[in-house]
Design a protein around this ligand. Structure first.
Ligand code: ZN
Ligand code: ZN
Length: 259
């Protein structure tokens, strides 16, 4: 299983990175894109055929989903649109409606995505099997609720050879994430601010808290992501290192890890 960072800038796109988006590849399987914030579709074109991708959304904040309407345009009208099968699009409840509103041409309208995407939701089906070209299951996905204002999920991806990638999505520190990340080979974890100072509760984590999740979950490697342009990346890394003594990486566009 390979993880490629498409975008990792927290809350908004930044001067050197799109907003949140991550490509997961397993041999023989259609590419999987986790989150699709502004700028991610452009970065995806460097690494995969976007129309082939399965899209998994952690939540529906703009910085995690607002390139999906552009992917809809590409799938519906682009040069490879003829005969294109629907792509799986999985997200929180309301995904079809919210992306439909964002894709509509006139105020008050809701674009019908059903010609283009096969939409399902984590609240109804929190577990998902992804298959290869021979219809063998090669990746199992489990979504777990995390602590962030809208309905938000962390994702645990397990390959058939037992490798595990966990993505925190956006979340405050919570036991649900520690449980979801248990023993993961790689934890791709948000860290949106440094620990000092006043922060509103129930939204994001500091670098220190991300490191604490990694230590308590006993993960192999920690990749810090969703750091906004105004937050000191090295300070976030140092905080995480004060809690977690394993390898710590800062996400950056095109970072590719063999998990
Ligand atoms: Zn975010
Ligand atoms: Zn968010």
């Amino acid at each position: 299983m390979f993880l490629t960072v498409l975008g990792c800038s927290g809350s908004i796109g930044g001067p050197t990175s799109p907003a949140s988006g991550y490509l997961v590849e397993v041999e023989g399987m259609a590419p999987v894109v986790i989150d699709m914030g502004p700028g991610v579709l452009g970065a995806l074109q460097r690494h995969a055929v976007p129309e082939h991708a399965t899209i998994l959304l952690s939540h529906l904040h703009a910085d995690h989903c607002l390139d999906v309407p552009s992917l809809l345009v590409l799938r519906r009208f682009g040069p490879r649109s003829t005969g294109l099968a629907k792509a799986p699009l999985v997200g929180p409840s309301g995904t079809a409606y919210r992306i439909g509103v964002a894709s509509a041409e006139v105020p008050g309208a809701v674009d019908d995505l059903s010609d283009t995407f096969e939409v399902s939701t984590w609240d109804v089906a929190p577990e998902l099997d992804l298959r290869d070209d021979d219809d063998e299951v090669v990746l199992h996905v489990r979504a777990g609720r995390v602590n962030h204002p809208p309905e938000s999920y962390g994702l645990r991806l397990t390959s058939t050879d037992g490798r595990v990638l966990v993505y925190s999505g956006d979340t405050a520190y919570c036991e649900e994430l520690v449980e979801l990340a248990d023993g993961a080979d790689v934890l791709l974890c948000e860290a949106s601010w440094t620990h000092e100072g006043e922060h509103p509760p129930g939204i994001h984590m500091s670098g220190l808290e991300a490191g604490r999740v990694a230590r308590r979950a006993g993960v192999g490697r920690l990749v810090l992501t969703h750091i906004p342009p105004w937050t000191d990346r090295e300070a976030v890394r140092a905080e995480a290192a004060s809690e977690f003594d394993g390898e710590i990486l800062l996400a950056e566009p095109d970072l590719r890890l063999d998990i």
